[in-house]
Design a protein around this ligand. Sequence first.
Ligand code: ADP
Ligand code: ZN
Length: 206
Amino acid sequence: MQPLKRDGWIELICGSMFSGKSEELIRRIKRARIARQTVQVFKPRLDDRYAADAVVSHNGTLEQAEGVDRAEELLARVWPDTDVVAVDEVQFFDNAIVDVAEELAGRGVRVILAGLDLDFRGEPFGPTPLLMARAEYVTKLHAICVCCGQPATRTQRLVNGRPAHYNDPVILVGAAETYEARCRHCHEVPGKPVKAGMAAARHTTS
Ligand code: ADP
Ligand code: ZN
């Protein structure tokens, strides 16, 4: 009897900005190509920080990618013989990307997703938390905190050099603003509400 071939799973690469997600995604893509696998690379068209048709790492490495508007469009573009589907900036898709990833993995495709796990406010970002739960393999990468040198898990948004307010919109692609990698202790979000129960706890212990 033929051994049952059971390919197909989900890998998620997450972390803050500058943690090396794109670098790691590109590394896995290159290695899959060395293994003569058919690889398709996608990214949401929304993200036009760099090249519209490429995954670009902050260290300058680059991989061609197809820009798609929606998760359903991504699914429709996958060829029948594709072995590996790689997606960067996955946080910008809506929750339909979760079903698309599950569908592809069920068909036998190796699905590699990279994206931010937290937004600039330090809140879970879009579909990434759901993908963390569904993925077989989760890699959480850390950048270096530019303030203290500890591992960074947060993305600091700065507008005119000052920490952005909690109520600023989450997605502001291409605006005149900058981002930094910071650890939890150096991350600043003016206006971030303290959870009711936590405010009471702080009061009791102080
Ligand atoms: P991501 O996709 O997670 O934003 P990239 O793969 O684009 O990350 O970039 C990672 C590269 O960013 C690192 O290899 C390093 O050269 C550079 N870098 C710049 N600032 C930092 C930082 N604060 N911590 C770590 N790497 C940084
Ligand atoms: Zn720090």
